[in-house]
Ligand binder design. Structure first.
Ligand code: ADP
Ligand code: MG
Length: 472
């Protein structure tokens, strides 16, 4: 039975027990099939377990339908890594035995880990990217937030999406005194009434190109299977402060994405500005962010729970992106706890050697740890890229094109472990092996183009890598 047929059958809440059991069996079969082909799909793996358990088998018709809505995207998109979204704030509690396994597996957490919020940074911490040799870069820190008084976007219909948007425009009024600000809306109408904040298509495109506004979500199959992108563009918009550095998205993957974005180098100032903005919004009457005692801030996707924070910078890494791909930077960044994207956002390519780098963890880490990870990670990546650059520039000195002196090329290319031993789990080991493989491939290319001596060797790559290039 197809995923949408299962949904139609489940929507008949007066199903008999036999009919329901038959649907559960179909669903288990479907999940097992997805899991077999895609063992990395956490949704399919744990939904199978859940539906076979006593708890799963005894779900009411209504709760089974609710559960199916959470897992539908992972079944319709077998290549999903996580594959499940909460559709209501209470889903993490209602389907706890399922979600808890998905969450702890995805975030590599122990059963007893609980999340706590902490924005405190050390008094003498600087986090100024100038100290890493960078001048002006594009910095952005965002958090996802959802209000307790509305369902999550996957459960909203067109009318509710617009009602939510209207509520937020009154909250934006309350921010006027401190931030000024203008709200830009995409809703063609407000439930048949005129929308006073509607912008033109040209204005929307301009806002997207300046990274102020999110892209059309309806082409994202993961979001559309979960109904998160339904009713596009109703209830979608963004608020931008007068100084253009405080931004609030309405109606993307979470009800709200709240962010500070600036060209500059002072990451700490940006972090503190975001905390101020969040405090100002929380003071507005009727605004209460949904929070869970174990998982922190509630978000649609379990990958964002906790801090719901992604702190990113767009930086140029010319040497490690010499082949036009993100793969070398990606493998270097993984052990540093960082993720890499193109500057157009997730699933976009590297352009001109500029990449989006951000810490991977959001849950069971504090906000201030995310800031430190980003700063420390950028320091390492920039240092490594500069190191390669220095070698290459050294080689090029006094040589005619195509006549590089091999003796001057780095003959060993070594990635060694930090002084202290870092514990690694099997996954990390596997990743390291993959990283070594990729690095070897990259070295082969560099040797071929005479950028590196023929005897260069990649000896080791591990968590907390230190790159050494020598002419020994
Ligand atoms: P998120 O999931 O954190 O919102 P996405 O990868 O979906 O991030 O990107 C959303 C938008 O934010 C894209 O337009 C992207 O270019 C922009 N963006 C992300 N980080 C930065 C940054 N440091 N500077 C400028 N724009 C950014
Ligand atoms: Mg996104």
């Amino acid at each position: 039975m197809s995923a949408s047929k299962i949904l139609v059958s489940l929507s008949n809440l007066s199903l008999s027990n036999d009919e329901k059991n038959k649907l559960i069996t179909d669903l288990i079969e479907k999940c097992e099939c997805v899991s077999k082909e895609n063992p990395g799909n956490l949704c399919a793996k744990y939904a199978t377990e859940y539906l076979k358990s006593e708890e799963g088998k005894s779900l009411s018709n209504e709760d089974l339908l609710g559960f199916y809505k959470c897992i539908k995207t992972g079944i319709e998109n077998p290549d999903s890594k996580l594959g499940a979204y909460a559709t209501k704030v209470g889903d993490y509690k209602k389907y706890h035995s399922f979600f808890d396994k998905v969450i702890r597996d995805y975030h590599g957490a122990k059963t007893e880990d609980i999340h706590s919020t902490d924005w405190t940074t050390l008094e003498d911490a600087s986090f100024d990217l100038k100290e890493c040799g960078l001048e002006e870069v594009s910095m952005r820190i965002r958090v996802g937030r959802n209000l307790v008084s509305f369902d999550l976007p996957a459960s909203m219909d067109k009318i509710i999406r617009v009602q939510f948007e209207k509520k937020m425009t009154t909250a934006f009024d309350a921010l006027k005194e401190k931030y000024g600000g203008v709200y830009h809306s995409l809703s063609p109408d407000w439930n048949e009434e005129k929308n006073p904040f509607l912008i033109s298509t040209e204005k929307y495109e301009e806002l997207v190109s300046r990274h102020f506004m999110f892209k059309d979500m309806s082409s994202d199959s993961y979001l559309s299977s979960a109904s998160i992108s339904s009713d596009w563009p109703y209830g979608r918009g963004c608020w931008i402060s007068d100084d253009e550095s405080n931004i609030i998205w309405v109606g993307e993957e979470d009800q709200l994405r709240i962010m500070c974005m600036k060209n500059g180098s002072d990451l700490l100032k940006l972090f503190e500005d975001l905390k101020d903005l969040l405090d100002s919004i929380e003071k507005v009457e009727g605004i209460e962010f949904a929070k869970d005692k174990d998982y922190g801030y509630i978000t649609s996707c379990p990958s964002n729970l906790g801090t719901a924070m992604r702190a990113s910078v767009h930086i140029k890494i010319p040497q490690l992106t010499i082949d036009g791909s993100i793969s070398a930077v990606d493998h270097l960044c993984k052990p540093l706890g960082l993720s890499v994207r193109g500057t157009g956002g997730e699933h976009t390519p590297v352009v001109d050697g500029i990449l989006d780098i951000s810490p991977s963890s959001r849950l069971f880490v504090s906000e201030s740890q995310i800031l430190s990870t980003l700063y420390g990670g950028i320091q390492s990546v920039v240092a490594i890229d500069n190191h390669i650059s220095n070698f290459l520039n050294g080689n090029a000195k006094g040589e005619k094109e195509g006549e590089q002196d091999e003796n001057k090329c780095p003959s060993s290319f070594v990635l060694v472990e930090n002084d202290k031993t870092v514990e690694r789990d099997d996954d990390e080991k596997k990743r390291s092996q993959q990283a070594v493989k990729d690095m070897k491939k990259k070295m082969k290319q560099m040797k071929k183009s005479s950028l590196m001596g023929k005897s260069a060797k990649c000896l080791h790559l591990s968590p907390g890598p230190v790159l050494q290039l020598t002419n020994a």
